[in-house]
Design a protein around this ligand. Structure first.
Ligand code: DC
Length: 225
């Protein structure tokens, strides 16, 4: 089997998709593209411009009209890329709790999804890409050569997120993080458009019992056939 050119990685929040996607892209010399950052950028824009995130038409207009620039990293501060909107470098801003708390609402709007899906498809169809998200194998790139659905229990994912927050010097209780993970799962998997679910032809991996190296090795072996 030839090495897959279009690789889709989907799964719930904190399942390890980004770590896997980034390493895989690096190993194959492919573009790594995290679609979650686009939903985060639209959410940040709405908050920054004082637009109510529940105003669906105003938020949809933002997604349609404001370009989100995603380019190679300009700094070595742990970023996988630069995200620039309205002239602001928002790479780290979009990881803040205000964005976390509102992004599921924004990403459930059909018009927002349509606008971002068009851009994601354009990037993905060029090939030699590892695209990471919730609906890549089902909606954005159903023709992907390899589809991975990376799962893990809410407790395991909350533990990882909690460690990450503390590691960055932030504060949060494990219970609060677990509640947020469950909340986001519920919204992401029950929305009407492009809900989170594995594609029928996805390889499903459960990372509860696998560490990041083991997940990578399994998927890399699938790529090398
Ligand atoms: O992967 P993440 O946590 O950065 O994603 C942020 C939000 O965007 C999350 O609530 C799910 C949503 N999202 C989506 O609906 N579709 C995608 N392809 C990627 C992310």
């Amino acid at each position: 089997m030839p090495v897959p050119s279009i690789i889709a990685i989907d799964g719930p929040a904190a399942s390890g998709k980004s770590t896997l996607g980034f390493r895989l892209a690096e190993a194959l010399g492919y573009l790594y593209f995290d679609t979650g950052l686009m939903y985060r950028a639209v959410t940040w824009l709405a908050l920054n411009r004082g637009i109510d995130v529940y105003d669906e038409s105003a938020v949809t207009r933002l997604a349609e009209d404001v370009p989100i620039e995603v380019t190679a990293p300009s700094r070595e501060d742990g970023r996988a890329c630069d995200v620039v909107v309205d002239g602001h470098d928002i790479t780290w801003e979009i990881r803040k709790p205000e964005v976390d708390a509102n992004v599921s609402v924004v990403s459930a709007y059909p018009g927002v999804r349509q606008a971002l899906t068009i851009q994601q498809r354009r990037i993905g169809m060029r090939g030699r890409v590892v695209m990471v998200g919730r609906d890549i194998g089902t909606v954005v790139l159903p023709e992907a050569d390899l589809k991975i659905y990376l799962d893990a229990s809410p407790e395991e994912r909350a533990q990882r997120r909690h460690r990450e927050i503390l590691g960055r010097g932030g504060q949060a209780s494990y219970q609060d993080v677990l509640e947020q993970v469950r909340d986001r799962d519920r919204i992401d998997s029950t929305r009407a458009v492009a809900p989170l679910k594995p594609a029928a032809d996805a390889v499903i991996l459960d990372s509860d019992s696998l560490d990041a190296d083991q997940v990578f090795e399994r998927v890399y072996a699938l790529c090398k056939g």
